[in-house]
Design a protein around this ligand. Structure first.
Ligand code: C2E
Ligand code: MG
Ligand code: MG
Length: 579
């Protein structure tokens, strides 16, 4: 699939801001005035009589002079040229943002704060800040991540996430235009068998062919998506009558039956299709999905290779889906939830400084249900509030148990969902849990994602301040994947940024990732924040983040998430190995 970042990279022109320069002969005291009146000004260019840039002065240099005892009297008449930084970064307005990012990152983090000077045809035209630069490259990266997150890699079709969006939008359109929408579930018959006997590359090729055939049977305004495995869905828009829609389905069943050439063989496949109509069968997208799915299962039960439109007698699938939610409700009381702990290791000396508590659900029949499956359900149903309270409680208790067992006091990080953070009493809850558990607050760290704090930024600033006064630590999780406003980041009282795994993966093979990681570390430094690299899986990734002065790492290279007992064993072994 085509990465969007391969497209042309824009020039620094779009970051340009005109900042009136100062003349090299000006006195420091006059420049001080500028900094006092222009609160947002971080640095200003110094030019000679011909308007050629010769240096840069920043807020720090000027305030240094005026804050030190006596220096005000001694220095304020000095000329700017005597105190300025004479090796600023100067670039042409047509330079690409990526090239400049590389230059800045190589030249050191002070340039990240001060920014750089921009020339056009050799003449000073303004400046740009390092923050603006970083914002630009992370946004571009986010677009790439969007493609990765919304499209299926194998077939290039929209995936479940984008499908959900399209379905919602389609239902809204249908409502507005008084038309029907048809949702169709398509499941290949005996795909697992084909995949197992003919091999995975054969199976992959087959799925690609099926995707092509489905695309060929629908109109432009319709959507084909792949939900995973051999499950496809179609969204048919602007349907005039049920008959029209069933004609389309009959066509698809026939089309799929045509022999399919794959790797010099010919194979015939069949599929089972189930359809439900909006608004007739359900007015909610969730309900519609359940009903189309139920119709598809009915086809399977009746012998496959056909299609059916939903009828209310097919509703048994619903019970099964509902129950994951109900069972999650019971999981807490039945002791099916537990925490695993993954060590966080300080660089470069490899000292264990903390752990992240990660929630686990061991279901009596289903086995281990991954958090990425059940946490969204817990969030949608609000269950995350009570589950989250249990998590904090349990994590604090475990922290104290380890101390009792002779382990050093380790920072305990817990994940906080947006739903919890939004609770009006969130800060009060943390205060109560701290008191009840008896943990020293500085050892409790709350991990919040960017989207949580950014989407409710004003509220977040206040809540974060309140949490800060309790003495707990605050970290931003999965940094780089959400829409961070860097200007807000400066206002948030944070301790740590956790760099998202997607930047760490294959860091050496993806220069853009390495540049972004270095930029985030530099940004962290400039804001006084520590950085943790997440998902470090091998020595190469470790060496790379170490060389860029990342403060801590977490990842499979050192340890997977471990049960409480396994963690204390691991810790003992690790400490004696490092010694
Ligand atoms: P997260 O907070 O970003 O946690 C890190 C995830 O990365 C964990 O997945 C961890 O097992 C995995 N991981 C760590 N090192 C590596 C590595 O080297 N390679 C790879 N491939 N993966 C690594 P896990 O445990 O499946 O948790 C997934 C997510 O579920 C977490 O992401 C977090 O957002 C959420 N979560 C987990 N526990 C809780 C909780 O108690 N409350 C809430 N609200 N969310 C939780
Ligand atoms: Mg986390
Ligand atoms: Mg994370």
């Amino acid at each position: 699939m085509k990465g969007l970042s391969d497209a042309e990279t824009p020039s620094v022109r779009r970051l340009l801001q005109y900042v009136a320069p100062v003349i090299a002969q000006e006195r420091c005291v006059d420049v001080l005035d500028r900094f006092i009146h222009e609160k947002e000004l971080l640095a200003v260019a110094v030019v000679d009589q011909q308007q050629t840039p010769v240096g840069i002065v920043d807020r720090g240099q000027i305030s240094d002079i005026f804050l030190r005892p006596f220096s005000r009297d001694l220095l304020h008449n000095k000329r700017v040229i005597e105190i300025m930084d004479a090796s600023p970064i100067i670039v042409d307005i047509n330079s690409s943002i990526d090239d400049v990012a590389q230059i800045i990152i190589d030249a050191g983090m002070r340039h990240m704060v001060n920014g750089f000077i921009i020339l056009e045809k050799g003449v000073y035209v303004g400046m740009a800040t390092g923050h603006a630069l970083l914002e630009e490259i992370t946004h571009r990266r986010q677009r790439d991540l969007y493609v990765l997150a919304h499209y299926d890699q194998l077939t290039g079709l929209p995936n479940r996430l984008l499908f959900n969006d399209r379905l919602e939008q389609g239902c809204r359109n249908a409502q507005r235009n008084h038309k029907m929408l048809g949702l169709v579930f398509v499941d290949l018959d005996r795909f697992k068998y084909i995949n197992d006997t003919m091999g995975h590359s054969f199976g992959d090729r087959l799925l690609v062919n099926v995707a092509e055939r489905l695309l060929a049977t629908i109109r432009q305004s319709d959507t084909v998506a792949r939900l995973g495995g051999d499950e496809f869905v179609l969204i048919l828009q602007n349907i005039e009558s049920e008959e029209d829609a069933t004609t389309v389905l009959a066509g698809i069943v026939d089309k799929l039956l045509e022999p399919m050439p794959i790797f010099e063989r010919e194979i015939q496949i069949t599929a089972s299709l189930g359809m439900a109509f909006f608004p007739k069968h359900d007015q909610t997208t969730d309900g519609l999905i359940r009903k189309a799915d139920a119709a598809m299962y009915e086809v399977k039960e009746r012998g496959r290779n056909a299609f059916l439109v939903y009828t209310p007698t097919m509703d048994h699938g619903k019970v099964e889906r509902m129950s994951l939610e109900t069972q999650l409700r019971m999981a807490l009381n039945n002791g099916e939830l537990s925490l695993s702990y993954q060590p966080q290791i300080q660089l470069p000396e490899h000292r264990v400084v903390g752990v992240e508590a990660l929630l686990r659900w061991q279901h009596p029949q289903l086995g281990a249900v991954p958090p990425t499956t059940f946490i969204p359900i817990a969030e949608e149903t609000g269950l995350i509030v009570s589950i989250g309270e249990w998590v904090i409680n349990e994590a604090c208790r475990q922290h104290l148990v380890w101390i009792e067992q002779g382990l050093p006091a380790l920072r305990m990080a817990v994940n906080i969902s947006g739903v919890q953070f939004k609770q009006r009493e969130f800060c009060g809850l943390i205060k109560r849990l701290l008191e009840e558990s008896g943990i020293d607050p500085q050892y409790l760290e709350l991990e919040l994602t960017e989207s949580v704090v950014m989407t409710q930024a004003e509220h977040a600033v206040q809540t974060l301040m309140d949490l800060r006064t309790l003495g707990v630590k605050l970290a931003i999780d999965d940094f780089g994947t959400g829409y961070s406003s860097l200007s807000y980041l400066r206002k948030f009282p944070l301790d740590r940024i956790k760099i998202d795994q997607s930047f760490i993966r294959h860091i050496k093979k993806t220069p853009a990732n390495e540049a972004i990681v270095r930029a985030i570390i530099a940004l962290g430094e400039s804001l006084g924040l520590e950085t943790v690299a997440e998902g470090v899986e091998n020595g190469e990734e470790l060496a790379c983040v170490t060389s860029h002065h990342c403060h801590e790492v977490q990842g499979y290279h050192f340890a997977k998430p471990l049960s409480a007992n396994d963690f204390s064993d691991w810790h003992r072994r690790f400490v004696s190995a490092v010694r």
